[in-house]
Write a protein that binds this ligand. Sequence first.
Ligand SMILES: Nc1ncnc2c1ncn2[C@@H]1O[C@H](COP(=O)(O)OP(=O)(O)O)[C@@H](O)[C@H]1O
Ligand SMILES: [Mg+2]
Length: 244
Amino acid sequence: MPEPLLEFRGVRAAYEEVEVIHGIDARFEEGVVTAVLGANGAGKSTLLALAAGIMAPSEGNVRFAGEEVRVGSTSSLARRGLCLIPEGRGVFPNLTVRENLWVMTHGGSGRRHVERCAFERFPLLEERRDQPAGTMSGGEQQMLALARAMATRPRLLLLDELSMGLAPLVVDELYKHVVHLASEGITVVVVEQFARTALTVASSAMVMANGRIVQTGTAKDVESVLHSAYLGTGQPPQADSPAH
Ligand SMILES: Nc1ncnc2c1ncn2[C@@H]1O[C@H](COP(=O)(O)OP(=O)(O)O)[C@@H](O)[C@H]1O
Ligand SMILES: [Mg+2]
């Protein structure tokens, strides 16, 4: 079996002394879109923080592209192709659309190139190019966040609650872009509280509850065992079935 692009091995993690991730083993294969689902507080964002070198495991380790992820190495991880769009969009509200894109470059021709790529992919952003990002709709801000992420030419894109607070039609539109990115070979991890759209674009899926992975399989398998109530309550759908 080839090494996965991202791998968690026996990972535990805590805030102060309080452990919130209780031993996670997970593999994210290159070129695959994986949905990570779970109720509020399940540990999804913490999982991404561990992947992105924002937080250190208290036990175990996380590997990206064959190397252990170390805290404080975020710029090196970015150079190696890891890109996180955090919960809450990750755009600078007071900067214009273009300025938000420019932040991802080192000036000069880089700016024009990044703008051209972003506007080809998201023509709507061109219309809004001189508008402060914070005055755009939530869906438009997420488009900008995706456009910014693409400027880094990521190999692995981690999306935390892309659909948060957005209307279903807007979410569908954003996920079409995610499908397109995936079709270009980018490995994507979509973290969502609600399964609906994430499972339609993912081929692989995991369900987290209380700091553990309680289901893992193809998106279809996971969908078939998901109780609609489950994601709302954080209660496992069956008797406890930890993934390890
Ligand atoms: N900065 C923090 N300090 C202390 N506890 C936190 C912090 N962030 C998250 N937690 C706790 O860690 C657990 C997992 O949170 P999180 O990873 O944000 O879950 P999710 O993204 O699935 O909603 C929750 O119990 C949450 O209260
Ligand atoms: Mg979260």
